[in-house]
Ligand binder design. Structure first.
Ligand SMILES: Nc1ncnc2c1ncn2[C@@H]1O[C@H](COP(=O)(O)OP(=O)(O)O)[C@@H](O)[C@H]1O
Ligand SMILES: [Mg+2]
Length: 369
């Protein structure tokens, strides 16, 4: 192994948390690099909060190791871990002023009073709450309270900032504003962040990398593009974006191409590059993922190598685009077309041809976790 690479800021090895009735986190391995914003994305109950709380030290792992900047901290108290945490419910001390809330971590560290005052003022200005240090949390809006929570976590200059669904208690407009605010802080302070969310749009727009979780397992870690375009399995394909999944069996392969007999009755020929994660040998079963925007829909047939024939079930006009649901041999496929002048709109009942490029579907293994 190369010794040139700096240690990851956070390193989880076979990290596990078992409760009597459920394994909340099941032997996960994950490295978070300096300066990156990594999201933990997955449905409610998949183990995101438990993972974050084990990194912070609020929950003790059943098994496995947490390392922060190279040191095993599994037995280290939360306030000695060099982490800052922002909770979904803000968790401010209601009987303390904003300034005292922000000062709390510094007092735990025994920083001098003069320095505390200075750093609190700086932290409040960082989150644009100058002059509000004397207020109590109840005198602030939800968005302002979440900014105090951010200032409180950042003031100790942690190696990693942990955020647990920090936007989920805010209304839509504030959520958008705070999302940009967190990205700005990430950029300006260069602080490593682990950001938990169940919201795929939040994860796609914010992440350097995302770790997609389900049932206590990490299914895939990658950039938003990788995870969207080249999902590792059916769960990831389906959880991120809209997925049309058609089962088939490999009929033939060569160095550049492979041929799949779809269960829907059509044969398609695809680029080898679309089969990074699936095994493509004759007779292997696989799933082909078609993203809705990668189809072209037409009524007069299509002069294309790869086509599917179907019947339009439903059409929705969305201004800049149309959404179609097309029945292809019993599979209802979602198709998105941009509205471009001159294109004819198909109607329910129309027979249509869906064409696609040889590099546009993506092959994933059938079944799996
Ligand atoms: N203190 C606890 N005692 C028992 N089960 C728990 C506890 N905390 C979490 N769980 C269970 O662990 C699983 C993962 O929970 P959690 O990490 O909160 O998920 P997420 O944050 O992804 O919604 C869930 O099934 C949850 O019910
Ligand atoms: Mg949670």
């Amino acid at each position: 192994m190369s010794r040139q690479q700096p240690a990851p800021v956070v390193e989880l090895s076979r990290l596990t948390k078992r409760y009597p009735d459920v394994t909340a986190v099941d032997e996960i391995d994950l490295s978070i690099h300096e300066g990156e914003l990594l999201t933990l994305l997955g449905p409610s109950g998949c183990g995101k909060t438990t993972t974050l709380r084990m990194i912070a030290g609020f929950d003790k792992p059943t098994d496995g190791v947490v390392r922060i900047t190279g040191d095993a901290v599994t037995d280290t108290a939360p306030y000695n871990r060099d982490t800052g945490m922002v909770f979904q419910q803000y968790a401010l001390f209601p009987h303390m002023t904003v300034a005292d809330n922000v000062a709390f971590g510094l007092e735990m560290e025994g920083v001098s009073d003069g320095e505390i005052d200075e750093r609190v003022v700086d932290a409040l200005s960082m989150v644009r709450l100058e002059g509000l240090g004397g207020r109590y949390p109840s005198e602030l809006s939800g968005g302002q309270q979440q900014r105090v929570a951010l200032a409180r976590a950042l003031v100790i200059e942690p190696s990693v900032l942990l955020l647990d669904e920090p936007l989920s208690n805010l209304d839509k407009k504030l959520r958008e504003e705070m999302r940009l605010e967190i990205l700005r802080l990430h950029r300006e302070l260069d602080v490593t962040m682990v950001y938990v969310t169940h919201n795929q749009e939040e994860a796609l727009t914010m992440s350097d990398r995302m770790a997609v979780m389900n049932d206590g397992h990490i299914h895939q870690v990658g950039s938003p593009e990788e995870v969207y375009q080249r999902p590792s399995d059916e769960f990831v394909a389906d959880f991120i974006g809209n997925a049309n999944l058609l089962p088939g069996t490999v009929a033939d392969t060569d160095d550049d191409r492979y041929v799949v007999d779809l269960d829907a009755g059509t044969q398609v020929t695809l680029d080898r590059s679309t089969a990074e994660v699936a095994d493509v040998r004759p007779n292997t079963s696989l799933m082909l993922l078609f993203r809705p925007e990668r189809f072209h829909i037409s009524q007069d047939g299509a002069n294309a190598a790869n086509t599917l024939e179907g019947t339009v079930q439903e059409v929705t006009y969305l201004g800049s685009r149309m959404d179609y649901f097309v029945d292809v041999d019993g599979h209802e496929l979602h198709v998105i077309q941009q509205n471009i002048a001159g294109d004819r709109t198909s109607e329910p009942g129309d027979r249509v041809t869906l064409s696609f490029d040889a590099d546009s579907p993506f092959a994933i293994p059938q079944g799996g976790r």
